[in-house]
Design a protein around this ligand. Structure first.
Ligand SMILES: Cc1cc2nc3c(=O)[nH]c(=O)nc-3n(C[C@H](O)[C@H](O)[C@H](O)COP(=O)(O)OP(=O)(O)OC[C@H]3O[C@@H](n4cnc5c(N)ncnc54)[C@H](O)[C@@H]3O)c2cc1C
Length: 292
């Protein structure tokens, strides 16, 4: 059985690992240059920013056991049982990726043919997609109707570094303000404590209403918002904004994946079950189990 997986985030790599452990060797196609998807870290010279998922939590015992092996606790200000990858968030999936056939930098559009699913010059019996739902609707129009109810929100992210540390708590969050989250990257374990790098996420509402603004304008807006909440800032040595168009699920599918009528196409990802890394893990595992 030949299987192509689209996406090397938590869902895709989890799925591939489980298939490989059960004798099926998939090929993963990932459009980015690295693993992780939204488990992302931006590197700029010596600066590091976890600018996607900030931390991971576990509801299921099995995922908790996985985190106990591959993540370390980060509980700023006595927050709940939060875990992070070290030294970057995508370390959460790197152990699973060992030995897998992962093709980075390959954005694919599978075509259904009489000989199977065609990707480039290759044919596969099955395609497993883990791309965000909006992209899944575009890649697989046959499933668009079934995916109509799923909703996701964007998130504007600010990465900012200072010459001197501001007098802020390591982590601050609110549901009431336009800035929903600010955290000091180096307060996470095994980050360079000498770097004063911070990550801020705008609220879903602010991100939606400013979705199409230019990145540099978004950056200035976000800095102004932080200034209005926190007062004058230390000298800024680096700042950039990142637009996550499909950041967080607000209405999930309600089942771990969906398949085409002939069952050769499985489509999943975090958005099937929720907005969290654990949901991606669960979806990936469920899709693998469907094939053996
Ligand atoms: C700003 C932000 C903050 C978050 N905070 C948290 C948090 O604190 N805790 C938490 O648990 N979760 C958080 N999340 C959500 C978490 O990141 C996701 O639930 C999880 O990483 C999703 O994994 P996934 O594998 O389903 O999708 P993704 O990680 O999105 O992986 C999909 C992959 O598919 C690739 N791809 C897309 N199209 C193609 C194509 N045509 N060809 C090839 N490759 C393609 C993409 O490049 C990507 O790598 C956050 C997300 C964001 C954006």
């Amino acid at each position: 059985m030949s299987v192509a997986i689209i996406g090397a985030g938590m869902a895709g790599v989890t799925c591939a690992r489980k298939l490989a452990d059960n004798g099926i060797t998939p090929v993963i196609f990932e459009k980015s240059r690295g693993l992780g998807g939204r488990l992302a870290t931006r590197r700029v010279d010596s600066l590091r920013f976890d600018h996607g998922a900030q931390f991971v939590t576990a509801r299921r015992d099995e995922f908790r056991q996985y985190l106990d092996q591959h993540a370390v606790p980060w509980w700023p200000d006595g927050a709940g049982e939060w875990f992070v990858g070290t030294p970057a968030m995508n370390a959460l999936i790197k152990p699973m990726s060992e030995g897998l056939n992962i093709r980075l930098g390959e954005q694919v559009t599978p075509q259904r043919t009489n000989a199977g699913w065609k990707i480039g010059d290759e044919y596969f019996d099955h395609v497993i997609s883990t791309v965000p739902v909006t992209q899944a609707r575009m890649l697989f129009p046959e499933l668009t109707t079934a995916l109509t109810e799923v909703l996701v929100t964007p998130c504007w992210t600010l990465m900012i570094a200072f010459a001197a540390p501001p007098d802020w708590p390591d982590m601050w969050r609110s549901r009431e303000t336009d800035i929903a989250w600010i955290a000091k990257n180096a307060s996470k374990p095994e980050r360079d404590a000498g770097q004063d790098c911070w990550v801020a996420h705008a609220s879903a509402h602010w991100s939606e209403t400013h979705l199409e603004v230019d990145k540099d304008i978004a950056k200035e807006h976000l800095i102004d918002l932080i200034r209005s909440m926190r007062g004058e800032l230390p000298e800024v040595t680096y700042a950039a904004a990142h637009r996550w168009r499909y950041a967080l699920t607000t209405t999930p599918l309600g089942q771990p994946y969906i398949h085409s009528s002939d069952q050769t196409l499985l489509v999943g990802g975090d958005w099937c079950l929720g907005a969290r890394v654990e949901d991606a893990w669960e979806s990936g595992r469920a899709m693998a189990s469907a094939l053996f």
